[in-house]
Write a protein that binds this ligand. Structure first.
Ligand SMILES: [Zn+2]
Length: 224
């Protein structure tokens, strides 16, 4: 029972961290939706985390929550574990990149500090996970990460894929099939404003491909 409540607490902090990174803030409803929990229970947990010493977050009714420095440290710690585990599952155990997220979600709550250090060492202290997401180092510093979406590119631009959204396994399988992964280089041939489709040439492939906004907004790139 104790493990589960710890897991839940960590899930909250991680979810708030992710929502803040994506949308600038985390509302009770949004947290509830992500965790599939009733908003009333979310409010309870939020009040608990806000009254810890030191508090992990600040809570303003109707305005959402913001992590404190302490809360952010915890979020980065869990993120480090999660992403190292994803890398471990892929590189050492042979999982595919669409399977690692779900497994890491379970394992991140139960491994020890020692286990975390060991896998970091075995993997050679990687800076990015299988989806290209940055792994906080031992001092919880994040390597640089691109904020430019592939969907923002226009004809004539060239880029290297840096990371892809790693929670959606169907999307990951599709991207894997068409050969769009971190480090893939591409150039944009055409853009059609009405349906927001991009025609792309992946460097090293024969035929161009057309991708819609539902795919391209989940892919982040570095401009060449
Ligand atoms: Zn990932």
């Amino acid at each position: 029972m104790k493990e589960r409540s710890t897991g839940t607490r960590e899930d909250y902090i991680k979810t708030i961290y992710e929502l803040t990174a994506l949308y600038g803030r985390a509302t009770t409803n949004h947290i509830a939706e992500r965790l599939v929990i009733k908003p009333a229970s979310v409010t309870n947990m939020i009040q608990k985390l806000a009254s810890e010493n030191p508090p992990l977050l600040n809570y303003r009714k109707h305005r959402g929550v913001v992590l404190t420095t302490e809360g952010e440290r915890e979020a980065l710690q869990i993120t480090r574990r999660h992403r190292l585990l994803e890398m471990f599952l892929q590189q050492i155990l042979g999982y595919s990149w669409d399977e690692v997220h779900e497994e890491a979600e379970r394992l991140e709550h139960v491994i020890s500090d020692k286990f975390e250090q060991c896998i970091a060492q075995v993997l050679g202290n990687p800076r990015y996970d299988p989806h290209g997401d940055p792994i906080p180092n031992n001092d919880l510093q994040l390597p640089p990460s691109s904020g430019i979406r592939l969907s923002e590119l226009r004809p004539g631009q060239q880029a290297t894929v840096q990371r892809v959204q790693g929670r959606d396994s169907a999307l990951l399988r599709y991207l894997g099939d068409i050969g769009l992964k971190p480090q893939t280089q591409l150039s944009v041939l055409d853009y059609s404003p009405l349906d927001e489709n991009l025609r792309l040439q992946i460097i090293g492939q024969d035929q161009p491909i057309v991708l819609g906004n539902r795919v391209t907004r989940h892919v982040f790139v570095d401009l060449a």
